[in-house]
Design a protein around this ligand. Structure first.
Ligand code: NAP
Length: 504
């Protein structure tokens, strides 16, 4: 089993022991005492090491040299003396850089197991197999390589190192682009994965908190676990891991769904696609992989954009777009049938384009308006529909208004539409869902329009993705409730949000 290790930076024995207790309470299996980080004097460091026998978890002791990203720049003989003391006090492991142990002419701990490590805080490095082979030749119990990912595609190296390992290994891609190497550690057979205490900075870039790691149900995972995820940039805000992992758990499917921060989606899919069963694709990559899947559903082809890849019965990759059908579903639930209805679409970006095509497919009449007129003209020309200048949009006699701009996102005071221009009896759909109740929806509701929240679209497209991957009904009520609670716990309890498509 992969041990979850929490780094702790104690400077006094009592404080260290309290941190170990917290680590255990938060789900850690071991702690890494970063003696280099809290080092003041040799006497204080020795006192800290003498607390090891009283720690309720196994302790890894590390005195990381500053040349390898640590804080140790003291004399070599003192460092060796402290490692020797840690060994005597019952440390479970000592983590020493490969470059250092070479110069300690054969010194080895008497009781502790030896982790030999190599770090690169700038790049993915090179000669990984040779480095690991040298660690094994030097007698390590565990070889540890921590390098820095610049893109999601770098995860392919980590996966390959685990797949071809010849002994216990910890291979980490540090940074946000490498987060999945920590979340997938149990599946890939790592000896440890590192996760920080709640509220602590952690010991390396990209470390999740213990709570975040446990939300991925890492203890359930093993080599058979199916791997899914979402690619995008940025990605840390994505609600998809929350709702998709809950859906897998609901059906007791042995699967994990993780966020992949990806800058070059083609490089990522080429390098990592072989170990992925399916992915969601979010901004800005929805058009990037159209030519890189084995097949494309017709709607994704028509839209020229896909937000999903799944595998067919033969294992071939298929691209799909579940955004368009989600928009249609949300509109039909609120507005009834669409043919002949005028839908005024604010925006000419990706979401506006999908909405316009989806409306056309259903026989509605889209009218495009956008702050930048040329983009509205280009989109309307491409789709063969009307466009109106942004300044004249309020004159359009619409039945349905869709906000496909980003106005209001994260800015509750902003709206793309004047309050006075709302009309009773229309349907107003805001694709923005942060905040849940945008100013646009609030003012539309006050004017007698009925409203559709962007979260309805998000959950509806997520449900369709889950069903493509599993051929099972997604627990849409559960997914919706979790998303609501994450977005606004107060609103989830007190506001009358309901997902009309499922009757919540
Ligand atoms: P996009 O391609 O970047 O397009 C952004 C659009 O917003 C453009 O039309 C842009 O107009 C317009 N815009 C930006 N700032 C504006 C301002 N201050 N005033 C007027 N117009 C402004 O983005 P997208 O992919 O279409 O996404 C748009 C929004 O949809 C996102 O912000 C997100 O909240 C929402 N969304 C929702 C879901 C869901 O599931 N509910 C899914 C994806 C996205 P210009 O052309 O003039 O720049």
């Amino acid at each position: 089993m992969t041990l979850v290790v929490a780094p702790v930076i104690g400077s006094a024995p009592d404080q260290f022991l309290v941190q170990v207790d917290s680590a255990r309470a938060q789900g850690a299996d071991a702690v890494e005492l970063r003696l280099d980080r809290g080092f003041t004097t040799a006497a204080a460091a020795t006192a800290l090491l003498q607390a090891i026998p009283r720690a309720c978890l196994p302790v890894i002791v590390t005195l990381r040299h500053h040349s390898q990203g640590g804080s140790w720049d003291g004399p070599d003989d003192l460092r060796l003396q402290l490692y020797t003391e840690a060994d005597r006090q019952g440390a479970a492991f000592l983590d020493i850089e490969l470059s250092q142990v070479d110069s300690w002419a054969g010194w080895r701990p008497a009781r502790a197991r030896l982790i030999l490590s190599h770090h690169d805080f700038q790049t993915m490095g090179s000669d990984h197999d040779a480095l690991i082979a040298r660690m094994r030749d030097a007698g390590c119990a565990v070889a540890k390589l921590a390098v820095t990912a610049a893109d999601g595609a770098d995860l392919a190296l980590i996966e390959r190192l685990y797949r071809t390992r010849t002994g216990p290994l910890v291979a980490i891609a540090m940074g946000e682009h490498g987060l999945a190497s920590r979340l997938l550690a149990g599946i890939w057979g790592a000896e440890f994965t590192f996760a920080k205490l709640e509220g602590e900075p952690g010991s390396a870039p990209g470390q999740p908190s213990l709570r975040e790691l446990s939300s991925y149900k890492h203890r359930w995972h093993g080599p058979e676990t199916r791997i899914f995820g979402v690619i995008g940039s940025p990605i840390s805000h994505s609600l998809s891991p929350l709702v998709q992992n809950a859906a897998f758990e609901h059906h007791q499917i042995e699967a994990i769904y993780v966020p992949f921060r990806v800058e070059d989606p083609v490089a990522f899919w080429t390098a990592c696609g072989s170990w992925l069963e399916g992915i969601s694709i979010t901004l800005p990559h929805k058009q990037a992989l159209l030519g890189d899947v084995d097949a494309c559903e017709e709607q994704a082809e028509q839209l020229g954009a896909m937000n999903t890849i799944y595998r067919d019965a033969d294992g071939l990759s298929v691209g799909a777009n579940t955004d368009a059908s989600a928009i249609i579903r949300c509109l039909e639930v609120e507005a009834g049938s669409l043919p002949g209805r005028t839908v005024l679409i604010l925006g000419a970006g990706g979401v506006a384009r999908t909405a316009a095509i989806a409306c056309k497919m259903r026989g509605a009449i889209p009218v495009i308006t956008n702050r930048t007129a040329e983009r509205a003209v280009a989109l309307a020309t491409e789709l063969g529909c009307r466009h109106v200048p942004w300044s004249e949009a309020t004159r359009v006699p619409y039945q349905i208004l869709i906000n496909g701009t980003s106005v209001g996102m994260g800015k509750p005071q902003d709206t793309p539409w004047p309050a006075t221009a709302h009309r009773r009896g229309t349907v107003v759909f805001d694709t923005v869902y942060t905040p849940l109740e945008t100013r646009l929806l609030r003012e539309a509701g006050a004017a007698g329009a009925s409203t559709v929240c962007g979260l309805d679209m998000f959950i509806t497209q997520a449900v369709a993705q889950f069903e493509r991957w599993t051929h099972l009904h997604a627990p849409d009520h559960l997914m919706y409730r979790l998303a609501l609670e994450r977005l606004d716990p107060r609103a989830a309890g007190t506001m009358h949000w309901r997902r009309k498509t499922t009757g919540i």
